[in-house]
Write a protein that binds this ligand. Structure first.
Ligand code: IMP
Ligand code: MG
Length: 173
């Protein structure tokens, strides 16, 4: 059982409204084409689900997983790929879908790996960004919300695998 109920930082309605706006922004940038979404597991799975349901037109999805956290709230600084994509991305318009950019190390690592596979374009959509924590400069094309340096959970994000099911973003205090 999770010990505490998180305090709401971003409520369900605000979350959904922003995701719908992001979807429209993305579709405007790729008006006719097929968009290939690369969901970074596990944290981004709900964001991916809501994002693609708010998008018109042709969309494909694939999943990859990597970890930089040992299960606590501080980054080890090491990134490990634990699940690769099922399909290649050569010639595709691909968008990486991440839950949160913290130090940026995970995203930097992923972008390097994926760019080496020659997509036609590679962009990144992150639901949350904590710019004050950045250790490396990474490009994020679509950002849902910029937040302070607080450890957040819910809507896919976990603390020791708990809280992913919350429909809002909360803070553990
Ligand atoms: P980065 O490599 O430091 O940018 O960390 C990225 C990953 O760390 C994210 O994809 C999350 O899985 C995890 N992470 C970073 N900050 C938080 C947080 O506040 N709550 C939950 N997970 C986080
Ligand atoms: Mg993650």
């Amino acid at each position: 059982m999770p010990p505490t109920t998180p305090t709401v930082l971003i409520g369900e309605d605000e979350l959904q409204a922003r995701i719908t706006a992001l979807a429209h922004e993305i579709r405007q940038d790729f008006p006719a084409g097929q968009i290939h979404f690369i969901c970074v597991l596990k944290g981004a799975f709900l964001f991916l689900g809501d994002l693609i349901r708010a998008l018109d037109g042709h969309v494909t999805i694939d999943f990859m997983a990597c970890s930089s956290y040992a299960g606590g709230t501080t980054s080890s600084g090491e990134v490990r790929l634990s699940k690769d994509l099922d399909a290649g991305i050569e010639g595709r318009d691909a968008i990486v879908v991440e839950d949160i950019v913290d130090t940026g190390l995970t995203l930097h690592y992923l972008q390097e790996i994926l760019l080496a596979r020659s997509p036609r374009s590679l962009r990144t959509a992150c639901l949350l960004s904590k710019p004050s924590r950045r250790k490396i400069d990474v490009t994020v094309d679509y950002v849902g919300f910029t937040i302070e340096d607080k450890f957040v959970v819910g809507y896919g994000l976990d603390y020791a695998e708990q809280y992913r099911n919350l429909p809002y973003i909360g803070v553990l205090e």
